[in-house]
Structure formats: structure tokens, C-alpha cells
Design a protein around this ligand. Structure first.
Ligand SMILES: C[S@@+](CC[C@H](N)C(=O)[O-])C[C@H]1O[C@@H](n2cnc3c(N)ncnc32)[C@H](O)[C@@H]1O
Length: 558
């Protein structure tokens, strides 16, 4: 049993309440170096994960030693930037593609690049970042790095007041005229725009005259991007600013109703974020559109899961047997549609909350051969699984929304439905040890982890932490490991149900703060984890609103 599980089920009476509380804390990162050993990685049966020693300085580890010996790090980085930039530029020129620029007419996105050229582009990004930090020096980069939230503040103001949409791309506008078009105070407009300019958003070709850049144009024209900025700047930013208060008051950081978000919006012990959004359709819709902007991005497409050659999951065995795939919290079933197009014998059940199921497109797919093998089912994953004896239970972007007590409960709810050999597949980020991702992915995933903390007291997880979740749910879950398609940020985490491994033990009720919070079906009596919150209440409250938010998201995606 891994350490997480051991903590969750420690039976020693000498383990005091504080220790038990710690066991349920969202972060078990202290465990990772000891439990996520090289041996674990190399023997997980998939072999697609790196097996290098842990490093903590992101980009430096990628530079060949020979280069480091003959030149200083700064010179080596500068040379690399030159080399890779020349390759990228040459490719763009050979293919008649525009060179990157801040010009208003420059494309807002890079075209799809061949693998080698994409690598050059990424190397430029990583090396410039590292070189910049080195040239700044530690004290200065700390001193001014902490001011980055002010860039978000400027963007928050600009986006909220729709400044980018107030004059057409390609035209300039005197600041005084722009001021007349907004209720934003002139001084605040000018200072926000001028701070944004330092990041390439707007320009001032002559004093007092404002012009669009490619970035401000994207902000003016892309609805989903506006929603992404709005959700981040107006929901996540205030939530983040209250995380300290939240974790000082409730260090266990597991409750959906005690997150930074709840402190920011005065909903502590009242309602989780999704309930708040459920009451506010504009905000819910903004979040829905923001998710469209996020998941439409490179690295998150469903095709990564479906494409077996590229490292996706191979369902051929399930397909040959005409097996059943249940997408738990599957929204409108787009994952099942894509899988059903590839696997012609499998049957699919898409489960979600009633509102989401009701708003799903009908038929779910224009191709009747695909549609007739997919059924929609209203099911709450905080209750016992209703589709029995399926071959696969699949969770995509679900488990990362919940802290350990909730996530364990979701897995435990499967147990009564599971047949021997049933596969449980989680499709989420899976965090590596520090420094093993490329620096861009590393930053995105670490930030996402902290976003989950700020909004929901939830978390991204390492392989060891996923393993710990399954172990905490039941010994009958045999953890198979983690794979990740090349180029994809999301991993495929798998366990298989083997009921013969389940030990018989008396059930134990877990009581915390006067609430019965969980019933453990195999832990020794009185050995259960302290879940310091009324899980049931918070979950109930979350259900209805989550559905509204998701409905808005589905609407936005159409
Ligand atoms: C982040 S979305 C993920 C949707 C989909 N799996 C995907 O990959 O995009 C979370 C989904 O879980 C659903 N959901 C939330 N709470 C639920 C519950 N208690 N039972 C079932 N589904 C729920 C939401 O309606 C939503 O569709």
C-alpha cells in the first residue's frame, strides 16, 4: 500500500487528529519523491514516461554537457536562440508564411508546424525565458516578478470594459476619443492601456494615439478568448488572492465550500463555486466559453485518446468482445462519438447530470450507425454506479475537480457495479516530478494545479497520487500505470478491478465536525480518515449548479 493510502487508513491510536487531517490535504507532494521512484516509472508496463533523475531547474537540463563546458550558460542559450530562430524563420520563408510580428495584421496563431520546426519554436521560448532570468539575476527577477499580477489587473480592466472592441483593427484612435467611448475613467484607461502595451497589447505609434497590435486584435475579435481572460481575471484572480486566507483558516484545503473562491465571493460554508455560477447565467456562460477556448488548444484534443498509433488507448479487445464503455460525467458525449466512429462493435453510455443529458444533441451523431450504439443516462457520480458490468468506466476532466475525499468517493461508488477485469480509465493531467516536463507544459500544469486549489480546493495529481486514490478506494483496484500520447498534455491513467483482492472488514463510519462523512468498507474500525467537511451537503449543492454551468458551456461550444 502506498503512503497516501497508509495515511488515510492509519489505525494507530497515537495518530492524533491533526495528523489525520493532514492525510486528507489536497497536496501529498511530499510523498512523490519517495513513492514515485524510478523503478515505479520503469515498471509501469507502458514505458512512455521519462526516467531521468529529478531536476529542479526547468530548461537547463536539456542542454548538452559539451556545450556547457566550452561556453557560459548565457552564451550557450544565446547561440541556441540564434540557431533555432534561423531554422524557424527559414521554414516560414520557404513556405511563404508570415514572420511573427506585433503588427495588427500578423496572425494570432502559429500555423501547424512539422515536429522538428515545432521543437525549434519551443526551444526559442524556453531559452529566451531562461536567458532573461539569468540576465535579470535572482534578486531583481524576484523583486519584479511578483508584480506580474499587475499585468493581469490591467488586462482585467481592459477586457471588462471591452476596450479592444471600441475601435476597428487597422485604425488608430486618439486616446481622448477612446476615452469618450467608455465609462472607464480617463486616467485609469490610459494607465491600463499603457501597462498592457509593455506586453505587446496595443501600441502608441505617436503620443496620445492608440493602435491595435495582433494581440489586442485577437482580444477584440475572439469571443472565447475574451471569456477566458474574463474568467481568469474576474473569477480565478480574486479567488487566488484569497487562497492564503482559506488555507490559514482551513489548512486541510479539501472542502468545496472553503476554497479561495468562496472567501473571495463570500460563500464560505454556503456553496461551492459551481452553485455560485449556477445562479448567475452570464458568469456560467463565460466560464463555459473559457473552457472552449482552453480545450480547443493544441494538446487537449480527443484525437490523442483515439489515435492508438500516436499513443492513444487501444480498445480493440473491448471492441472485439462487443463491450460497453461508460463515460462518467461525459457531458454531451463527444468522446464516445469519436470512439464509436473508430470501434464498430462497442456500445457506449454517456452519463451526466439530468440537465446536461437533456440538453445533449439528439441524435447524438448524424451517422445512425454511431448514434444507435450510444445511449445517454442521467447519473450522479456521487451515488452508486447504475450501469452494471460494463468493460470500461471512463473519467475525463472529472477527478481533478475534486480533493481526495471526494475523488475517493467517486471511485468507491463504482464498486457495486464492477465485474472482474473492468477497466477504470482516468483522462487528466498527470504531474511529473519537478522539471521533467518541457518548461511550457510544466508551467501550464503547475498553474492548473493551483487554479484547482483556488477554485475548488481540488488538484492535479502525480502518478503516485492517482495510485493512492485507487488504493484508498479499495484494494480491489489494481493500478496499471500511466501513459501519455506524444504531444498531448493529458495522460491516461488506468486501474483494473480484481475483487478477489478485497479484504473483508467491518465498515467504519468517519465522523468529522459532527457529520458522518464517509463509510469505509474495508478499513479497520476507527481507522478512517478524517474528512473535515460535510461531503454530502457540499456535493448536493454542487450538482444542480454544475449542470447549469456545463449547459452554458455546451451552448457556447455550438
Ligand atoms: C469538466 S466537465 C468534463 C466533461 C467531459 N468529461 C469532458 O471531457 O469535457 C465535468 C462534467 O461532469 C459533470 N458533472 C458534474 N457533477 C456531476 C455529478 N455529480 N454526476 C455526474 N456528472 C457530473 C458536468 O455536468 C460536466 O459535464
Amino acid at each position: 500500500m502506498g503512503k497516501l493510502s497508509a495515511w488515510l487508513h492509519s489505525s494507530s491510536s497515537s495518530v492524533d487528529a491533526e495528523k489525520k487531517k493532514k492525510a486528507n490535504r489536497r497536496s501529498v507532494s511530499a510523498l512523490t519523491s519517495s513513492t514515485f521512484s524510478r523503478k515505479d516509472r520503469e515498471t509501469n508496463g507502458h514505458g512512455t514516461r521519462p526516467s531521468v533523475a529529478p531536476v529542479t531547474v526547468p530548461a537547463a537540463a536539456t542542454e548538452p554537457a559539451a556545450v556547457m563546458e566550452s561556453t557560459s550558460r548565457m552564451v550557450a542559450l544565446a547561440q541556441k536562440i540564434t540557431r533555432e530562430t534561423e531554422k524557424l524563420e527559414a521554414y516560414l520563408q520557404e513556405n511563404n508564411l508570415p514572420s511573427p510580428s506585433f503588427d495588427v495584421d500578423a496572425p494570432a496563431d502559429f500555423p501547424k508546424l512539422p515536429a522538428g520546426i515545432l521543437k525549434s519554436r519551443l526551444e526559442i521560448i524556453f531559452a529566451t525565458k531562461e536567458l532573461g532570468l539569468l540576465a535579470q539575476g535572482p534578486r531583481e527577477s524576484l523583486r519584479w516578478g511578483v508584480w506580474e499580477f499587475l499585468d493581469v489587473l490591467a488586462l482585467q480592466i481592459i477586457n471588462h470594459f471591452g476596450i479592444a472592441k471600441l475601435f476597428p483593427p487597422g485604425q488608430t484612435i486618439p486616446l481622448a476619443e477612446l476615452q469618450a467611448k467608455t465609462s472607464l475613467d480617463p486616467i485609469n484607461l490610459a494607465r491600463s492601456i499603457r501597462l498592457a502595451m509593455t506586453k505587446g497589447i496595443f501600441s502608441e505609434p505617436s503620443p496620445g494615439v492608440i493602435a491595435h497590435t495582433s494581440a489586442s486584435r485577437a482580444l477584440a475579435e475572439d469571443d472565447d478568448l475574451q471569456a477566458w481572460i474574463g474568467f481568469n481575471a474576474e473569477d480565478i484572480f480574486p479567488a487566488s488572492a484569497h487562497v492564503l486566507e482559506s488555507i490559514k483558516t482551513h489548512p486541510e484545503a479539501t472542502s468545496l465550500t472553503r476554497s479561495g473562491f468562496c472567501f473571495a465571493f463570500d460563500t464560505v460554508d454556503k456553496e461551492p463555486m459551481f452553485v455560485t455560477f449556477g445562479k448567475d447565467p452570464i458568469r456560467a456562460r463565460r466560464m463555459g466559453k473559457a473552457m472552449v477556448s482552453l480545450t480547443g488548444g493544441e494538446g487537449y484534443e480527443v484525437s490523442y485518446l483515439v489515435n492508438v498509433e500516436g499513443g492513444g488507448y487501444d480498445f480493440n479487445e473491448v471492441d472485439t468482445a462487443g463491450g460497453t464503455f461508460v463515460d462518467v460525467g461525459g457531458s454531451h458525449g463527444f468522446v464516445c462519438v469519436d470512439l464509436a466512429k473508430k470501434y464498430k462493435n462497442m456500445k457506449f453510455v454517456v452519463q451526466d447530470l439530468p440537465k446536461t443529458v437533456d440538453s445533449a444533441p439528439k441524435p447524438i451523431c448524424a451517422d445512425p450507425e454511431v448514434a444507435e450504439r450510444i445511449s445517454l443516462q442521467a447519473h450522479d457520480f456521487f451515488t452508486e454506479q447504475v450501469t452494471k458490468n460494463a468493460d470500461v468506466y471512463f473519467f475525463r476532466w472529472i477527478i481533478h475537480n475534486y480533493s481526495t475525499p471526494y475523488a475517493v468517493k467517486i471511485l468507491k461508488n463504482l464498486i457495486p457495479a464492477l465485474k472482474p477485469g473492468a477497466r477504470i480509465i482516468i483522462n487528466d493531467h498527470c504531474l511529473l516530478e519537478a522539471g521533467q516536463e518541457n518548461p511550457w507544459d510544466e508551467t501550464v500544469m503547475r498553474r492548473m494545479d493551483v487554479v484547482m486549489l483556488a477554485l475548488l480546493n481540488a488538484q492535479e495529481r502525480t502518478e503516485a497520487e492517482f495510485r493512492g486514490l485507487f488504493e484508498a478506494a479499495s484494494k480491489g483496484f489494481v493500478f496499471k500505470g500511466v501513459t501519455r500520447p506524444k504531444g498531448c498534455r493529458m495522460s491516461i491513467i488506468e486501474a483494473v478491478w480484481q475483487p478477489e483482492l478485497v479484504e473483508e472488514a467491518a465498515p467504519a463510519a468517519v465522523v468529522a465536525n459532527g457529520h458522518v462523512t464517509a463509510v469505509l468498507d474495508y478499513a479497520a474500525p476507527a481507522a478512517g480518515p478524517v474528512i473535515a467537511e460535510p461531503v454530502g451537503d457540499a456535493v448536493k449543492a454542487a450538482r444542480a449548479a454544475f449542470a447549469s454551468a456545463e449547459e452554458a458551456k455546451a451552448g457556447a461550444a455550438k
